[in-house]
Design a protein around this ligand. Structure first.
Ligand code: Y12
Ligand code: CO
Length: 173
């Protein structure tokens, strides 16, 4: 099943997500629907809030060396917490909830994460590079934050103007 990805400036994206307490069939069905939705939209990461479900769940599926995404590489991350971080990196980010806009954002280079998998089992993961960026980007969604909130004042103003113009053009076409 495919779900609707909600887009900026939808206020639901500002909600703070709640802890997941039930690791049951309903959660598994929802995670499967998130994956189908993300692949259909050509995404590599998606937080539950982006499909209007404010729970602490996110998925990440980075392409492999052949530029292909597969379920074998799917990370399902529930109730995540960053327990260590170090360094800094700049990466050009995009978001399915902010279509058509990409910008360099500063993030930690390396993060260590504790989280649960879909069965409620405790897991730990250390990530750097693109995976680290994706984790930090998706975890911001769980706090109701979008990457555009990290832009400078001038860049944000320019974004708002360009985004509104693009939205208007989409409506008439
Ligand atoms: C690095 C930076 C950010 C993330 C978060 C996950 N972001 C995405 O998965 C973004 C996907 C995306 C896909 C788009 O659609 C196509 O390219 C066809 C897109 O373009 C439009 O919407 C026009 C924008 C973003 C992970 C790692
Ligand atoms: Co996003």
């Amino acid at each position: 099943m495919k779900l609707e990805v909600i887009t900026y400036p939808d206020k639901r994206l500002k909600q703070v997500s709640a802890e997941v307490t039930r690791f049951d069939a309903q959660l598994h069905e929802f995670l499967d629907a998130m994956y189908a939705t993300m692949l259909h939209a050509n995404g590599i990461g998606l937080a539950a809030i982006q499909v209007a479900n404010p729970i602490n769940a996110l998925i990440i599926n980075l392409p492999d060396e052949n530029d292909e995404q597969s379920r074998a590489n799917l990370l399902e991350i529930i109730n995540p917490e960053i327990i260590a971080s170090s360094g800094h990196q700049l990466y050009q980010e995009g978001c399915l909830s902010v279509p058509g806009f990409y910008e360099d954002i500063e993030r930690f280079e390396t993060v260590t994460l504790s989280y649960c998998n879909r069965y409620g089992e405790s897991c730990q993961l250390q990530a750097d590079g693109l995976l680290s960026v994706a984790i930090q980007h998706e975890m911001d969604h769980l706090l109701g934050k979008l990457f555009i909130e990290k832009l400078s004042y001038a860049r944000r103003k320019k974004f708002e103007k360009e985004y509104k113009k693009a939205q208007k053009a989409k409506k008439v076409s």
